[in-house]
Design a protein around this ligand. Structure first.
Ligand code: ZN
Length: 106
């Protein structure tokens, strides 16, 4: 019964496993993303941009990057980072880019 295990023990066991899994997942995500080009993004994928200044978040579909912002399809998603400007606080070069993979097709 989980509720019989002392709180401090479950927490320690959980965070030990979780920390390792979390770092592995982060490293995988980053490796995967570092290689991604705009043309690799599927229709359900978005580039998530978080402003390091005001924490404003935006999701940009690949089509908007190509048509609206006129980026080359071979451009790396990571290379967008220094070129984005925040719509909320106007900060440039503060963006943190990641990929929202969208829902897998059922
Ligand atoms: Zn901002």
């Amino acid at each position: 019964m989980p509720q019989l295990i002392p709180y401090i023990d479950t927490r320690a066991a959980w965070s030990e496993r979780d920390r390792a899994a979390h770092y592995r997942e982060q490293a995988d995500n980053f490796r995967r993303m570092a290689k991604m080009r705009i043309e690799d993004l599927g229709p359900g994928n978005f580039v998530k941009v978080e402003c390091g200044g005001c924490k404003h978040e935006t999701l940009i579909p690949a089509s908007a990057l190509l048509q609206g912002l006129r980026r080359q399809p071979t451009m790396r998603v990571l290379d967008l980072q220094p070129r984005l400007r925040c719509r909320e606080c106007d900060a440039r070069g503060e963006a943190v880019v990641s990929i929202r993979w969208g829902e897998p097709a059922a």
